[in-house]
Design a protein around this ligand. Structure first.
Ligand SMILES: [Zn+2]
Length: 286
């Protein structure tokens, strides 16, 4: 993506807000860019500086660009939200995939995105959790969740299978992140390798049953080099978490004290930028 990255001095970017762009360099410290329209702001370098985010009052669908009074599913207009496969309930509950019933909203999109290898992973964002993602979407997925550790454990052939496998794990481990705990930084490191071994033993009969249905090759254990550890650019953790909402307050202002997951932490409160994808904003740093 071509971006105008402003890193020194006063900076001002303006446009349609997108989810934070997060990368994980060799150092293990998450590197964030705020994206507004075609412009970007390197955020790590802004720690300790004043940020001012102003919502101009207009929302444009992240898919089709049309003006929408309200945002559906984190940035879509209602027509897109109700017709795109990527907005269907089966995306968050892949075990309910209905492609084979002939009712996929966009079969071609499904073929491109769901009939691809997915991984089942363990992560630690606010304690142990299980999750799934497209193999090509790591480590972004873990950064978006604010995970401090992650370990891929299984690779499966399709998204539906990842949902079926995740369902087995959910009997033993959460699939949720407590975002308040994640933002308070009170997360103890876990032995994910030991947790993996414990959980794989617990779900072994279920995995065997799935392999019997989908083929022995469809679900395979990953022999990964090890646990991915992630640090976040944070100067100080909030004690009490107050979250900003552009729908109630157009101006969000404060000193940037940290970035984790899709959240900016300011000394005045936190804001989940992903929630406001599609909102027309101006962001000034000084
Ligand atoms: Zn749309």
């Amino acid at each position: 993506m071509d971006q105008l990255i402003l890193t020194e001095g006063d900076a001002r970017v303006s446009g349609q807000l997108r989810k934070l762009d997060a990368r994980l360099p060799e150092s293990g410290l998450a590197d964030y860019r705020l994206r507004a329209g075609e412009t970007g702001l390197a955020l790590n370098a802004r720690l300790g500086q004043r940020l001012r985010l102003h919502y101009a009052g207009a929302i444009h669908c992240v898919h089709c660009g049309r003006h929408t009074r309200k945002s559906f599913g984190q940035g879509y207009c209602y027509p897109c939200f109700s017709t795109l496969a990527q907005c269907d309930l089966c995306l968050v509950r892949p075990e309910t995939c209905h492609y084979f019933q002939g009712t996929c909203r966009e079969p071609e999109w499904g073929e491109q995105h769901c009939f691809r290898p997915h991984i089942v992973y363990l992560a630690n964002a606010s304690g142990l959790k299980v999750g799934i993602t497209r193999a090509s979407n790591t480590p972004t997925r873990w950064l978006d969740q604010g995970a401090i550790q992650a370990l891929p454990i299984l690779e499966v052939a399709t998204r539906q299978q990842s949902g079926l496998v995740e369902t087995l794990f959910k009997a033993h481990v959460s699939d949720r992140t407590n975002w308040r705990a994640m933002l308070k930084g009170e997360v103890e490191p876990l032995d994910l390798v030991a947790e993996r071994d414990r959980l794989l033993a617990a779900v072994a009969p279920g995995l065997d049953a799935l392999r019997a249905t989908h083929g022995a090759e469809a679900i395979r254990a990953l022999d990964t080099p090890g646990v991915v550890s992630i640090d976040y650019p944070v100067l100080s953790w909030p004690r009490k978490i107050q979250s900003f909402n552009f729908d109630k307050q157009a101006l969000v202002e404060g000193t940037l004290t940290g970035i984790k997951g899709q959240y900016l932490m300011l000394d005045s409160g936190v804001i989940n930028l992903r929630k406001f994808s599609g909102y027309q904003v101006t962001v000034e740093a000084a």
